[in-house]
Design a protein around this ligand. Structure first.
Ligand SMILES: Cc1cc2nc3c(=O)[nH]c(=O)nc-3n(C[C@H](O)[C@H](O)[C@H](O)COP(=O)(O)O)c2cc1C
Length: 323
């Protein structure tokens, strides 16, 4: 590994996760993460997040951001913990809310901004100007190099088994290859489901973990109860990887594909377009339910606080065993 000195934003991001009892980022999830899930995550001591397109309109997004900073300020005044929060933005050229959302970023200053579906370059100057940091999700070493060249402060390696739009690579191989050229903050995503996994990600060379699927089954997510119930019922055998739903490789619970009459082997690929109301345009996500390969470890629905407690306990035990 080539050792380079870290930039100030990179060091800031490392310090941010080093300052948490549990180095976890609640993964941003389309139609799943709203302000309630974000706030519950921050209160429980992990980085809370939401994807900006989950707000139906720019006006609603502004209300959400107002609510988030209001709740943060109130918690801090009461002397309660409130971990930093993150906004996930689509930076694809067809996404017509981008400029309006960037204006809200300037105003509400999320400490972390993550970018999806395009170059993080589009947000770097704005976020750095108020002291925030930018991270990018990548699914291959080539895309990791591209994000590094664009100047990101942190990378998240989305590996095989991840919920939503999944990666295809094994985390051992992927982390090792990226660590050859990247000393900066590194996150791991994909089926990280218990405290031991969070510890294992650190042993592998990562600084923090993303937890997605497990959080869908919490009371605070935006999903309907039938989705939570299916998460509890499904196991690894029932997770199907296909492009047939969204046009991009993603993991879905097979019973929800069956219910929607979608054949995962179908060669028909929905086209990708982010103009207009994307929550409505991507109706498939409402009826076909995504889960990562860690779904088998969901045995109950619970609150975010209970889940974080459980993860923390497992993390502590795993670290103690390793000593
Ligand atoms: C239902 C669902 C929706 C998702 N939506 C987004 C999204 O809008 N933006 C994004 O960057 N990642 C999205 N992801 C990916 C997650 O941020 C994260 O990488 C993934 O959930 C981690 O894997 P895990 O679910 O196995 O824990 C989504 C994942 C799920 C399960």
């Amino acid at each position: 590994m080539t050792t380079t000195s870290l930039s100030a934003p990179q060091q800031q991001l490392l310090n941010l996760f080093a300052g948490l009892d549990l180095p976890v980022l609640a993964a941003p999830m389309f139609l799943v993460s709203g302000p309630r899930l974000l706030a519950a995550s921050c209160q429980a001591g992990i980085v809370g997040s939401l994807p900006a397109p989950n707000a139906r309109t720019v006006e609603q997004l502004q209300q959400w951001l107002e609510q988030i900073v209001g709740e943060r300020d109130a918690a801090q005044q009461r002397g309660e913990q409130w971990a930093p929060w993150m906004l996930n933005m689509i930076v694809h050229s067809t996404y017509d809310r981008f400029e309006a959302e960037l204006e809200l970023v300037r105003r509400y200053q999320p400490p972390i901004v993550s970018t999806a579906l395009g170059s993080p370059k589009r947000v770097l100057d704005t976020v750095h100007a108020y002291g925030g940091v930018v991270i990018a999700d990548v699914i291959s070493p080539a895309l990791a190099r591209k994000a590094v060249a664009a100047g990101v402060d942190g990378l998240v390696l989305v590996c095989n088994g991840a919920g939503g739009h999944t990666g295809n690579y094994n985390p051992f191989a992927f982390v090792a290859e990226v660590r050859e050229f990247w000393d900066g903050p590194l996150g791991l995503a994909g089926a990280i489901s218990n405290g031991r996994d969070i510890h294992a990600a650190q042993v592998l060379g990562c600084d923090f973990s993303l937890v997605g699927t497990r959080l869908i089954a919490t009371h605070e997510s935006l999903v309907e109860d039938a989705y939570r119930d299916m998460l509890v019922e499904c196991s690894l055998d029932q997770v199907t990887t296909t492009k047939a739903v969204s046009g991009v490789l993603a993991n879905w619970m097979q019973p929800s594909l069956d219910k929607a009459g979608i054949d995962p082997r179908s060669e028909t690929r929905p086209s990708i377009d982010f103009s207009g109301d994307i929550a409505t345009a991507n109706k498939a996500w409402k009826h076909v339910w995504s889960a990562g390969q860690g779904v088998g470890q969901i045995t109950r629905t619970c609150s975010v606080a209970e889940l974080v407690d459980e993860l923390h306990q497992g993390y502590r035990q795993s670290r103690a065993r390793a000593l």
